[in-house]
Design a binder for this molecule. Structure first.
Ligand code: ATP
Length: 485
């Protein structure tokens, strides 16, 4: 049976390991949960995604510039941002298995089960309770009450033997410098990259000669001590974000928010993922963070369901005002033309690099029947493919190898290429199909006479005979005009 959509992450996890996209961290020691390393193919894909984002967010805009802020920041930053006080998840432990869960997620799973059983009324009632939890007594007590009243059992052990629900701060804490360990030298690993942008807002304004509206973009690592992290690179404890904060005049924020939501949807579509698996989901007004005026998730239909890959937020002047308050430094903008002073509002676009990678891998994955055999192929956009061209001499004859190496050397200037002379041509094609390589070039004896080669396309497996001199332009054209199936 051909596979065009996955219903679990299993095949992606196993292909990622076998082909060198993604490995578990410290695997020889049994692994470190929710931390992953990118292998040779993974890092090429990752760089291509980063470059596509960087170009779309900086190069094509004359009013968006980049920064690369440090991971360590002054501890006051996280007080100002609200993370020390409020960046918590409610956790609960199953006393029997000693496993820890997110209390809200346990309830969500229970609601899903009720829906599967057809008990929609009860599911709706609980969903409403969950949505309003925390507004009556306190989040932890509310969640605990629901779990008790519904007699929800632990997913793995089946036990009904819970601890209380407690708040758990997701920031990783460590100590800074070689001084004694007291509270004064506590430092955090940043849980988001955005604050590195806000604290540099003035520096950028003073040096880059930008005027509102303008944006600051950044790609970097973020760390969250997630309570539950069992979904491959979807939810990690160390991950990478690509964020852009766009500073605008209050009053124009509504339009700018709409514009950025549209632009960011377009970017995801341009990555070549299937449009019907992407959607924008606005947050209902009563579920917005206290400082946000509007927010939406861009969601992809992963094998684990519709999930957020990017968040677009209208953060108002919350962050700049808080940094003004906590640092004592003015964060206002002076509009010389209009001769007025104000604290800009911020429209944030925040996309997870690892979740984008996972989206691309899941979207590209296909199993097809070819001559009674199964072909596994990653039909990703050729511009993202880790290796662009596989180059094969038909057999290991010196004259074929020589021409193949010559072509390899020429194409290397413009594309990532891979020379391979081992195994049958069919096997070499299959290896490249699994790696998502969009083009394979085979050098045969005819080519020695007329300087032509066979180029084979990954998606439809069709082949063309092309003059060696035209290879580069054929490949370029194909990359430019590629469309998802
Ligand atoms: P979720 O609700 O799924 O935990 P979030 O709303 O906390 O996500 P944001 O704080 O808006 O996420 O972060 C912006 C982006 O960073 C997310 O859209 C996601 O792509 C990415 N991200 C957040 N947490 C993680 C994580 N633990 N692992 C991988 N990527 C993450």
């Amino acid at each position: 049976m051909p596979v065009t959509h996955l219903d679990s992450l299993e095949k992606i996890v196993s292909l990622s390991k076998s082909r060198g996209f993604i490995f578990q961290s410290s695997e020889i020691y049994g692994g470190l949960s929710a931390v992953y390393d990118y292998g040779p193919l993974g890092i090429e894909l990752k760089r291509n995604v980063q470059n596509a984002w960087w170009k779309a967010m900086t190069q094509v805009h004359d009013n968006i510039v980049g920064v690369d802020a440090a991971i360590f920041m002054h501890p006051k930053v996280w007080e100002a941002s609200g993370h020390v006080e409020g960046f918590n998840d409610p956790m609960i432990d199953d006393k029997q298995s000693k496993k820890r869960y997110r209390a809200d997620m346990i309830i969500e799973q229970h609601i899903l089960k009720l829906r599967e059983k057809g008990d929609a009324d009860k599911a709706d009632e609980l969903q409403q309770l969950l949505d309003t939890s925390g507004t009556r007594k306190g989040l932890c007590e509310d969640l605990y009450d629901i779990i008790m009243e519904e007699e929800i059992r632990a997913p793995e052990s089946g036990a009904f033997d819970w601890t209380d629900v407690r708040q758990f701060n997701l920031m990783f804490k460590t100590h800074y410098g070689a001084v004694t360990k007291d509270e004064d030298d506590v430092i955090y690993l940043r849980p988001e990259t955005a604050q590195g942008i806000f604290v540099n807002y003035k520096n950028v304004m003073d040096t880059a000669r930008v005027q509102v509206p303008f944006g600051i973009a950044q790609i970097g690592k973020a760390f969250r001590n997630e309570v539950v992290a069992r979904q491959f690179v979807f939810r990690m404890r160390e991950f990478e974000q690509m964020e852009m904060q766009y500073f605008v005049e209050p009053g124009t924020d509504g339009d700018e928010y709409d514009k950025w939501l549209e632009k960011r949807m377009e970017w995801h579509n341009n990555l070549g993922v299937r449009g019907e698996l992407l959607r924008a989901e606005p947050h209902p007004e009563d579920k917005l963070a206290h400082y946000a005026r509007a927010a939406a998730d861009i969601q992809y239909k992963y094998p684990i369901g519709w999930q957020e890959v990017e968040g677009i937020h209208n953060r108002t002047d919350f962050d700049l005002s808080r940094h003004h308050e906590y640092s004592g430094k003015k964060m206002e903008y002076y509009d010389q033309k209009e001769q007025k002073r104000y604290t800009p509002y911020v429209i944030e676009t925040s996309v997870g690099l690892d979740r984008t990678m996972l989206m691309i891998l899941c979207d590209a994955y296909r199993e097809e029947e070819v001559d009674g055999d199964v072909r596994t192929v990653l039909k990703m956009h050729p511009k993202l493919a880790p290796t662009k061209v596989g180059i094969f001499p038909l057999i290991k004859k010196p004259e074929l190898k020589e021409l193949a190496h010559k072509i390899e050397k020429e194409l290397k200037e413009d594309f990532t290429v891979l020379y391979d002379e081992s195994g049958s041509i069919g096997k070499r094609y299959r290896r490249q199909d699994e790696a998502g390589t969009p083009f394979c070039v085979t050098v045969d004896f005819d080519g020695l006479d007329d300087n032509t080669v066979t180029i084979r396309y990954r998606d439809d497996m069709k082949q063309d005979r092309v003059s060696v001199d035209k290879l580069e332009s054929v490949i370029r054209d194909r990359i430019k005009n590629w469309k998802p199936e």
